[in-house]
Design a protein around this ligand. Structure first.
Ligand SMILES: C[S@@+](CC[C@H](N)C(=O)[O-])C[C@H]1O[C@@H](n2cnc3c(N)ncnc32)[C@H](O)[C@@H]1O
Length: 393
């Protein structure tokens, strides 16, 4: 009897889980549908979406319930992964090792440049050297960073900027219910277009204004953050040690919006701060590897370096480090690179297929169309299939 009652309870939980997941998934799908109906005008679609208070509130309640009542069976969640990575980086040896690697790379680069200068100088001494080459050699010799000792400056500067003691200032974007408030090591600022509780500030990250950095005492950042009030419309440049996008980017219907979020994260982070991205994907690591490579190239072009990547059963988890120096942007990088398979899933029969730069991906999704619809039910982690075999991540 007790066993039967338990299984009925489990069945009810399972039904509720499916209902909540479908509310959440429908909001994402409707946004994408509206974007297509508005010919890609994501600003108009987003403005309308932010005004739909009843849909936003329903989403927030369902999402909070899913995360706090249903996704608790697994002892290791996406939030735990974020915490471990942050602690390893700031309190363990992560940052130190990353800086050592940076210095090594920099030394190697400078050595190569010096060798180049020597070989160019030899050519210039030769009467046949053209004026452009002469100018280049002169410029290289005058460059202040063409000097290996400057590695040391880069390192010291970093250690001054980062608080290796004290709380890690963490901005949780699209937080919903502020899951990071349980950890003492952090000073979490949780923001959302639709807060599920009073621990979260109302803020649309896409329209957040980034203001001048605070030029105050080191602890002024904490004081500033403790005095924030809802709604948040602006935040200073370089204030955070960590920015978290946990299940945020796939909510946004346009790749341009996902790109903009990453650019803003870069502005809000201190040098060597971390951007953590958790995004759902129930396929094998191999299946969407081109997408992850594309995200990596796009995000690194903004001045990040990927520091950690893990594929869990239903999630990709990534940590990007904000670099001291911006790299040169490789050719062909554009916001389109922040695509997700769902961007294309309803366009398969369109003529656009022939024109898109992501042709293989679209083709792949078309071929597996039935498969895509079947597994899209697993778009969010720990969806429990009818046979009850789902795992929680
Ligand atoms: C799938 S939920 C993820 C909740 C939480 N981060 C987690 O991992 O459980 C996505 C959240 O992002 C929020 N969101 C989407 N776009 C946003 C934006 N531009 N600014 C702030 N929050 C946003 C949504 O309201 C929603 O609560």
């Amino acid at each position: 009897m007790a066993k039967e009652a338990m299984s009925q309870e489990e069945k009810n939980m399972n039904d509720e889980h499916k209902r909540l997941a479908s509310v959440v998934k429908n909001v994402h799908a409707n946004l994408r549908k509206k974007l297509r109906a508005n010919n890609g005008d994501y600003e108009t679609v987003w403005k309308q979406h932010c005004k739909d208070q009843s849909a936003l509130c329903q989403y927030a309640q369902c999402m909070q319930k899913l995360a706090t009542d249903h996704w608790t069976k697994n002892s290791h969640t996406r939030i735990d992964w974020c915490r471990e990575v942050i602690l390893e980086y700031f309190n363990g040896s992560g940052l130190e090792k990353a800086l050592e690697k940076d210095a090594k790379r920099q030394r190697h680069k400078l050595q190569k440049e010096e060798q180049q200068i020597v070989s160019d100088s030899c050519c210039v001494q030769n009467e046949g050297a053209d004026p452009t080459q002469r100018l280049r050699v002169q410029l290289m010799q005058d460059r202040p960073d063409a000097c290996p000792q400057r590695d040391a400056d880069v390192r010291d500067d970093t250690l001054v900027q980062l608080p290796l003691e004290g709380k890690v200032r963490l901005l949780d974007v699209g937080s919903c219910y502020n899951p990071f408030c349980q950890f003492d090591e952090f000073l979490p600022i949780a923001i959302d277009i639709s807060p599920a509780n009073e621990l979260v500030y109302q803020c649309d990250f896409l329209s957040l204004e980034i203001t001048e950095p605070l030029h105050l005492a080191p602890d002024a950042g904490d004081t500033f953050l403790r005095k924030l009030s809802s709604p948040i419309e602006r935040l200073p440049h370089g204030l955070f040690h960590v920015v978290v996008f946990s299940l945020l980017l796939e909510y946004l219907p346009a790749p341009q919006q996902r790109w903009l979020c990453c650019v803003k994260a870069h502005q809000l982070l201190q040098c060597h701060g971390l951007l953590l991205i958790v995004t759902p994907d129930s396929h094998s690591q191999h299946r969407n590897a081109p997408m992850m490579r594309s995200w990596r190239t796009a995000i690194e072009s903004m001045g990040f370096h990927r520091w950690r990547y893990v594929k869990h059963e239903h999630l990709h988890c990534m940590a990007f480090r904000k670099l001291h120096q911006r790299p040169s942007v490789p050719c062909g990088v554009s916001p389109d690179m922040m695509y997700i398979p769902q961007d294309f899933s309803d366009k398969c029969l369109d003529d656009e297929l022939n024109e898109s730069s992501h042709k293989e991906v679209i083709q792949d999704e078309c071929e597996d169309r039935d498969d895509f619809f079947q597994t899209s039910a697993l778009e969010l982690p720990c969806f429990i299939p009818d046979d009850g075999s789902g795992t929680v991540v």
